[in-house]
Write a protein that binds this ligand. Structure first.
Ligand code: 13P
Ligand code: SF4
Length: 313
């Protein structure tokens, strides 16, 4: 067991100063990580922040594909992550070999790809989207242009219904959002009839049908701020409840249990939750694990990411 200082937060803040680092965190991180971060955001906001920071080191508290985006957009900076094993089921579901074949089978299609994928997949894509940028980007693509959407079939299905576009969908899912229990959701709504149901578009359609509002993590947070004082049932990873409660202390929030695997009630992202305050301290102290990418992959991935940033200015 490594030795940890008594005051971990103070040690992290002192390392941050020494390294001229910025700590970026996603809403699904542990509360104590969110509390020490310089910036918390959804995937699009975190990408923009990574591209614009003047820090020498980006400490990325999120999953690996998010830290890779920081490296792709800010190659001159060192990017470190508390746990390199923090992956994503959507990234796992879309491997470069099969994706390349899929593209070759549909040569006239534009590849619109969700940011939840590896740098290799970004390098094989035309435009990257996030849940907060996708609709704006699709609106700029000519109606006659056929589209393939990977890797999230539920987000893709939601976007196809919302925009009226016919899209060929890759068969990937988020293991957290696809496992929310409809039975528990209905029970919660029956017992709390005034509650507004808000959902992330990674949820399957049968769950989204109950939602009063659908959006990215930041959009969900903003909705609860705009409706402060009300009661909410939140269909996304419960890490975000920390910011919701902080911003609207007078509101009531319910998370929804999942039905995944052996655990009948867990709805936490097993990848996001690999990062801990202890691992954050160690990664800053040792400046590792570091995100590195082959330059040709980085440059090709940057093209599709830059298109997203340009189209959502
Ligand atoms: P957001 O871009 O909405 O934060 O989504 C990231 C994610 O991984 C959701 O599961
Ligand atoms: Fe990936 Fe789902 Fe975890 Fe988000 S919540 S990082 S989509 S596995």
């Amino acid at each position: 067991m490594p030795d940890f200082p008594k005051d971990l937060e103070a040690a992290i803040l002192s390392l941050k100063k020494e390294m001229n680092a910025v700590i970026l965190a996603h809403y699904y991180q542990d509360e104590e990580i969110q509390d020490i971060a310089d910036f918390i955001g959804d995937s699009l906001e975190l990408s923009r922040k990574a591209a614009s920071t003047d820090a020498d080191v980006i400490v990325f508290c999120g999953v690996k594909f998010m830290a890779e985006v920081a490296k792709i957009l800010s190659p001159q900076k060192k990017v470190i992550i508390p746990d390199l094993q923090a992956g994503c089921s959507l990234e796992d579901a879309c491997q470069p070999g099969p994706f390349k074949k899929f593209r070759e089978a549909h040569p006239n299609h534009l590849a619109l790809t969700y940011i939840n994928c590896s740098a290799d997949i970004k390098a094989l894509s035309d435009i990257i989207v996030t849940s907060s940028s996708a609709e704006k980007i699709i609106a700029q693509i000519p109606k006659e242009q056929p589209i393939i959407f990977a890797p999230d079939k539920y987000l893709g299905g939601y976007l196809a219904r919302k925009t009226g576009r016919d899209m060929l969908l890759w068969d990937g899912t988020c293991i957290v959002h696809e496992q929310f229990s409809e039975k528990e959701l209905v029970k919660l709504k029956t017992r709390n009839p005034k509650a507004l149901i808000i959902a992330h578009p990674e949820c399957p359609e049968p769950l989204l049908k109950y939602a009063h509002f659908i959006g990215s993590t930041s959009a969900l947070l903003n909705y609860t701020i705009e409706h402060a004082g009300k009661e909410f049932i939140v269909l996304t990873e419960p890490g975000i409840l920390h910011q919701m409660k902080k911003k609207s202390p007078g509101s009531i929030f319910h998370d929804v249990p999942g039905t995944y695997g052996a655990c009948a009630s867990c709805n936490n992202c097993p990848y996001m939750k690999l990062n801990t305050l202890e691992k954050l301290y160690l990664c800053m102290k040792n400046s590792t694990p570091e995100i590195t990418l082959p330059e040709p992959t980085r440059l090709a991935a940057k093209k599709s990411l830059d298109r997203m940033l340009e189209m959502t200015k």
